[in-house]
Design a protein around this ligand. Structure first.
Ligand SMILES: [Zn+2]
Length: 253
């Protein structure tokens, strides 16, 4: 296949995975089944015809409304599909159709689910992060250009720092955030874990100030920390070497 065909291929796979992630985001926090997603309108329960289930295309053709009852379908559904499609394409472009590229596509999928579940429900489900820690170790061993020790220290650094904060300042750090960072560290190693904590806190602070200043948010209504950490992880996935090197170069002049 030509590179352009590969890009189209991973874009399509990403869109399909994004469609599945919509089900995960919608059902996992409420304990619903993700194996048998009966595609039906949440308002009128009319079954959604297969051709309207095509990622993004279906929503556009329906112009964001249920074909039967006209209830608005959230823009979030095609957005999640597009976001996942773009992340898969980016993983292919940067890492190729390799084990590493595919592992990072899986990690991106988990992070997209975490971002939207945490925004909606203020939780990061254990069913994503706990298996994710194990998968991170195994992938580091088989597919990723890093040692098992780097993965293990990433797990310790990511989870450990947040765990310490939680011990020192009870209520300061959610258990979900601790497990998320342990997972991310297992996938990307200890240097990236430190970078992601720094970057996530930075983006989170800017986002917080922005939300309070322009959107009348209070400290209680701001979006949680998890989405910022997941977003910082996605940035670090693609730019971590450049970011770590430029950070270190500050001290080695
Ligand atoms: Zn309907």
């Amino acid at each position: 296949m030509t590179p352009l065909l590969w890009q189209a291929y991973f874009f399509a796979i990403g869109a399909a995975v994004g469609s599945f992630l919509n089900v995960v985001i919608y059902r996992v926090p409420t304990g619903g089944s993700i194996v048998r997603p009966a595609s039906k309108c949440p308002a009128c329960s009319a079954p959604i015809k297969w051709y309207f289930n095509i990622p993004m295309v279906g929503w556009i053709v329906l112009r964001g409304k249920c074909a039967d009852c006209g209830t608005k379908i959230s823009f979030r559904y095609p957005l999640v599909e597009l976001l996942t499609a773009l992340l898969f394409t980016a993983c292919y472009l940067v890492f190729g159709a390799t084990g590493q590229g595919i592992v990072y596509m899986a990690l991106c999928s988990a992070l997209v689910a975490v971002i939207f579940i945490d925004i909606d429900h203020l939780i990061i489900p254990d069913v994503i992060t706990l298996p994710g820690i194990v998968v991170g170790f195994v992938c580091a061993w088989f597919f990723l250009p890093m040692t098992m020790w780097d993965s293990f220290f990433g797990f310790l650094a990511g989870g450990g720092i947040f765990f310490l904060i939680a011990v020192i300042k009870p209520g300061g750090m959610g258990g979900g955030d601790i497990k998320l960072m342990a997972m991310v560290g297992a996938f990307l190693g200890w240097k990236a874990a430190l970078l992601i904590i720094f970057l996530g806190s930075l983006i989170g602070s800017v986002g917080g100030i922005f939300g309070i200043t322009f959107f009348g948010k209070t400290k209680e209504t701001l979006i949680p920390f998890g989405p910022y950490l997941a977003f910082a992880t996605i940035i670090s996935l693609f730019f971590k070497d450049a970011l770590i090197n430029s950070y270190l170069s500050l001290f080695t002049r």
